[in-house]
Design a protein around this ligand. Structure first.
Ligand code: NAP
Length: 284
């Protein structure tokens, strides 16, 4: 049996620091950080996740509000974003994806003020990430980097494979890993055979949204495998990695207490960072 790559304990430490930092700023700022989560439609996972963000925010001193629009027009969503952009007491905006197919995702994301873009999906933030500049970067990709580093896994020079190229996870994680001097390959749905690439990886990140996509035969002996996938199968949450078989050959992060716990910490951290900039009027 190899090691279980841990996220939860590290996430708790990060959240504790955020709580302390907010408490330290409250008097001078005159208000807590404020995050507005927008849900367009009735995706049950989005609704559930928004409630988790609200509760996590409340624990750490962040006021998180959920704007749920059950059947909105594109204009309804754009008007909501415009209103939140103009409200100086709002530090962060987070749009829950997926959006209903009738809404233009690009138009909606592009309207968010990049300084309030908590999941780093605005092209300005993705561009800043690619250019190596400061910005707000995707929480899950940040969580992937944190789980690797906080578990003491060396990145520099390592053969690293990322499965998935979404702008929320795979693509930004690949860019972050390149910045840490990993030798990175990115795989996607057109990569065949997938195991030819994955079985070479010393570090393997999997974010495909396909339950059990990665089994023992896809993995190099002694590798570190980071499972980002969260898939509901018969009422159970499972990852993209077949944990029970892969743990016999490599270290693996679990679905529960792995990347997800750190993603929540990174959402709160991004909100706190946006709040600091907003309060200090350093909006560049
Ligand atoms: P996404 O936007 O659907 O992207 C999935 C990516 O995986 C795409 O690039 C796709 O390739 C690739 N892919 C799909 N099937 C594949 C296959 N058979 N072989 C290789 N690549 C394949 O999904 P996402 O937003 O990145 O999320 C991925 C998973 O992570 C989901 O399960 C999601 O729920 C989970 N997630 C977890 C967290 C967390 O905090 N733990 C946060 C966010 C997301 P193409 O580009 O060619 O289509």
């Amino acid at each position: 049996m190899y090691k279980v790559i841990e996220g939860k304990e590290h996430a708790l430490k990060i959240r504790y620091k955020i709580r302390e930092n907010i408490a330290g700023m409250l008097n001078s700022a005159g208000r807590p950080p404020k995050l507005e989560v927008i849900i367009a439609g009735s995706d049950s996972a989005s609704l559930y996740y928004a409630s988790l963000i609200k509760n996590a925010g409340a624990k750490e001193g962040i006021e998180a509000a959920v704007n749920h629009m059950e059947n909105p027009s594109e204009n309804d969503v754009l008007e909501t974003i415009d209103r939140l952009n103009k409200d100086d007491t709002v530090d962060g905006i987070l749009i829950q994806l997926p959006l209903p197919p009738s809404l233009n995702k690009e138009k909606i994301i592009n309207l968010i003020n990049p300084l309030k873009d908590i999941d780093g999906q605005h092209p300005v933030n993705l561009g800043r990430l690619a250019a190596g500049q400061e910005g707000l970067f995707p929480a899950t990709a940040r969580a992937v980097l944190k789980i690797i580093k906080l578990n003491g896994i060396e990145i520099s020079g390592k053969r690293t494979v990322v499965v998935g190229r979404s702008t929320a996870v795979g693509l930004p994680a690949a860019i972050m890993l390149i910045r840490e001097n990993a030798a990175v390959s990115v795989c996607h749905s057109k990569t065949t055979p997938l195991e030819k690439f994955t079985s070479e990886a010393e570090i393997l990140i999997v974010s495909a949204g396909k339950p059990g996509l990665i089994s023992e035969r896809h993995v190099k002996k002694g590798a570190c495998v980071i499972d980002v996938g969260t898939n509901e199968v018969e009422g159970k949450m499972v990852g993209d990695v077949d944990f029970d078989s892969v743990i016999k050959k490599a270290s693996v992060s679990p679905v529960k207490g792995g990347v997800g716990a750190l993603t929540m910490a990174c959402i709160l951290e991004n909100t706190f960072n946006a709040y600091k900039k907003n309060i200090h009027g350093n909006r560049t």
